[in-house]
Design a binder for this molecule. Structure first.
Ligand SMILES: Cc1cc2nc3c(=O)[nH]c(=O)nc-3n(C[C@H](O)[C@H](O)[C@H](O)COP(=O)(O)OP(=O)(O)OC[C@H]3O[C@@H](n4cnc5c(N)ncnc54)[C@H](O)[C@@H]3O)c2cc1C
Length: 434
């Protein structure tokens, strides 16, 4: 689906919302009831921003193919800020409008309005739940809250949406005409159907076809392991190198978490290999809980990182640590017939993975490793610099670059590449965080 179609759907929805609002509340603008008009608008925009968040994070196939899941995640994060803004503005403006003229304080006016009837009380509880979700998201971004706790809190969103729907259709001043009522109900119904279909039905259908299970687990280094996943009709499971899956291993102690991992195998079809670094509690315990035969629920493949690789002729892949996983997949697919170079950084030679496997596909001189912590390590961190790239790749401007690694590493690499004259369109990157 083209970007223009997706943007058009969003613009048309917003125009319809403004139309519905203007038909009922437009006159308030001229009769001096500005607070009420704006409060209602904030309420409508609040609902739309929440539905938007649901759809963009709902792993909707056609949206992902167009924008990529990481861009959609970023949109989800940013629109989250506007949701919090409307969440505060809507009750505040409406509360002030309805209690105008009374001698109570603003706080008392708004507070007494928020608890003035069953539907309003439910909406107030919904708003408090949404605020909790917003605050927890800020904490998780600041790395002060564990991802799993945040995810658990996020599940409350479903309850918050359901309990706050009633006050919109029952009391919403803009939603009382038949047209507005149908439009609003349809907006919710379509968003819910799209979400349920892509987030739940599709992965279940996929599992029903493939019945994925762990074939074997091998340790690549002391703290990196590969899980080989197979199943039935795997010839029908296709992916583009560079894509990732969200895997849930159905075993005691780990079944309740689903984590994203890039596919490190590169045939583009069939069995899947995931290569995982023990970086936190889940990835540390996973290899102890699963075994050959463990059933796996796979959601995906997702991502558009490698979409262009087949079209490119000259490529440089830059990987930071475990970021080598999608790069390995790409090299396996196109490495034997493209001019492809790999530049990877690892802490020490004990941490290196895939060097041999990649060197068997492309010329060994086209694989260059930088060790960031020289041995013996004396506190000096060596990274990939301007000169590393230029020495190894004097024709860098002619190459497309595929970049994967920790966020700070990628930011540094992108800055270096830009100063070396590589245009933004030629830099493709995947971030290991959603
Ligand atoms: C597109 C993508 C591809 C990835 N590919 C690989 C790969 O090939 N190999 C690899 O080792 N790692 C990969 N990762 C990273 C991997 O998902 C995290 O390292 C792992 O989820 C950390 O979990 P933890 O509980 O062990 O660590 P924690 O220390 O609990 O989490 C570290 C960080 O990982 C992220 N995270 C944690 N749990 C989840 C979750 N359920 N969903 C999304 N993000 C989460 C959060 O940003 C968190 O701050 C990838 C991540 C993304 C987004």
């Amino acid at each position: 689906m083209k970007k223009e179609y997706a943007v058009s759907i969003l613009v048309i929805t917003l125009l319809m919302v403004f139309y519905v609002w203007y038909v009922s509340s437009g006159e308030l603008l001229y009769s001096g009831d500005l607070l009420l008009a704006l409060g209602r608008l904030a309420g409508l925009l609040l609902a739309v921003s929440i539905l938007f968040q649901f759809v963009v994070i709902g792993r909707v196939g056609w949206l992902e193919k167009t924008f990529g899941l990481d861009a959609l995640s970023r949109a989800h994060h940013w629109v989250g800020f506007s949701t919090v803004f409307f969440l505060i503005a809507h009750p505040l403006l409406i509360g002030l409008a309805y209690t105008r003229g009374s001698s109570d304080s603003i706080f008392h006016k708004t507070f007494s309005f928020l608890f003035s009837g069953d539907e309003i009380i439910q909406a107030t509880i919904g708003a408090i739940l949404f605020l909790m979700i917003g605050v927890s998201s800020v904490y998780v971004l600041l790395k002060k809250l564990r991802y799993e706790y945040w995810y658990g809190i996020h599940l409350i969103t479903y309850i918050a949406i359901i309990i706050s729907f009633g006050h919109q259709t029952e009391l919403g001043g803009d939603l009382q005409t038949t047209f507005a009522h149908i439009f609003w109900t349809a907006l919710y119904a379509i968003s819910a159907l799209v979400y349920i279909w892509f987030r739940f039905v599709q992965p279940i259908k996929k599992y029903a076809v493939h019945r994925f299970f762990v074939d074997k687990i091998i340790f690549e280094t002391e703290n990196v392991y590969s899980i080989f996943i197979t199943g039935t009709h795997m010839e029908r499971f296709s992916y583009i190198p560079g894509q990732f899956v969200i895997a849930r291993f159905l075993e005691r102690g780990v079944w309740y978490e689903a984590h994203p991992f890039s596919i490190s195998s590169g045939s583009g079809k069939g069995d899947i290999r995931l290569t995982i670094k023990e970086s936190g509690d889940y990835t540390k315990k996973l290899s102890h809980h699963i075994h050959s035969g463990t059933k796996v629920f796979i959601d995906g493949p997702h991502g558009i990182f490698g979409n262009e690789i087949k079209k490119e002729e000259k490529i440089l892949c830059i990987a930071g640590g475990i970021g080598i996983t999608p790069i390995r997949s790409m090299v396996e697919l196109v490495g034997d017939h493209k001019d492809i170079k790999v530049l990877a950084s690892f802490r020490t030679h004990h941490d290196v993975i895939f060097e041999r496997e990649i060197s068997e596909i492309i010329k060994p001189e086209n694989v260059h490793i930088v060790y960031t912590h020289e041995s013996p390590y004396e506190g000096h961190v060596k990274t990939i610099t301007h000169s590393t790239i230029l020495d190894y790749c004097p024709d860098i401007r002619e190459r497309s670059v595929y970049l994967c690694g920790p966020v700070s590493f990628m930011n540094t690499m992108r800055a270096i590449l830009k100063t070396q004259g590589v245009s933004e369109e030629k830099i493709h990157y995947e971030q290991f965080s959603l």
